[in-house]
Write a protein that binds this ligand. Structure first.
Ligand SMILES: [Zn+2]
Length: 269
């Protein structure tokens, strides 16, 4: 009996220890699988983060491209601004263009919006002991037509055909409706001591001062010698066009003639 009891006891102990072992294994397995699961989750989370990061990068890149497309001009001006209306051989004065004129020196008239700047420029030049003299300002369409025809006839007398005479004349006197003088936005200024309209004008003290300072008053020398190919007008170191101080200074800094400045602004519009 005693043996039987002892055997049973031993069997119980074995069963107990085996079950304990099984439980321990089970717990260990659970822990291990938990750890693995956590690792898998962590890995997945990391992957998700990576994907998110790459998406974020893509977005940033896209945004950068959009930023490039939306690049702003370095100046806050529009081609439709009143002081930037482009008038040349290809761009006649807009139909029904209205101008309010104001008298300046002698019988000269200009657009009333530029009169004060022009007067100030001339006054400051005179303070330097210079003698600037306006020889042409606002012109009616009739005056422009007369000047143009006179130039065409001058070339015809020199033996040019009618067609060629018109082409040559257009380099000096713009066709009616294509002159800034007809808008009241331009003036021809010469030295009182030298009133001939030729390239020697630029050697006068008056032109030297005006060429250097005109932008401070919102004016540009409209037909520079190095821009003839673009303006299609010969060098005129006496024709000043008003564009506003900010525009004039910007154009000077960039070495833009008006055609180039308008093309620059159009790229952003
Ligand atoms: Zn002129």
């Amino acid at each position: 009996m005693k043996n039987k009891k002892e055997k049973k006891k031993k069997l119980n102990i074995r069963i107990l220890s085996v079950s304990s072992f099984v439980i321990v294994i089970a717990i260990t397995l659970t822990i291990v699988s938990n750890i693995k699961e956590k690792e898998i989750i962590k890995e997945a989370e990391e992957k998700t983060l990576e994907t998110f990061a790459s998406i974020t990068n893509e977005n940033e890149n896209n945004e950068e491209i959009i930023v490039v497309e939306k690049k702003q001009p370095e100046i806050n001006s529009k081609t439709t601004d009143w002081n930037l209306i482009l008038v040349n051989k290809e761009n006649p004065i807009p139909e029904n263009y209205q101008v309010e004129l104001k008298n300046i020196e002698y019988s000269h008239k200009v657009d009333s919006r530029i009169a004060d700047s022009l007067s100030q420029m001339l006054q400051d030049a005179r303070k330097q002991g210079l003698k600037p003299y306006i020889c042409s300002s606002y012109r009616t369409i009739n005056t422009q037509t007369t000047l143009y025809n006179r130039k065409v006839n001058q070339y015809k007398r020199q033996g040019y055909t009618s067609e060629n005479a018109k082409i040559e004349a257009s380099y000096w006197v713009t066709l009616p409706r294509t002159s800034e003088h007809e808008m009241g936005m331009a003036v021809d200024i010469v030295s009182r001591n030298y009133q001939i309209l030729d390239e020697k004008q630029e050697e006068t003290q008056v032109q030297k001062w005006l060429i250097e300072h005109c932008t401070d008053y919102g004016f540009i020398l409209r037909y520079p010698t190095d821009k003839k190919e673009i303006t299609k007008i010969n060098y005129e170191p006496w024709h000043y066009r008003y564009v506003g101080v900010e525009n004039a200074k910007f154009m000077k800094e960039k070495n833009f003639c008006l055609e180039e400045f308008i093309a620059y602004l159009k790229d952003f519009e």
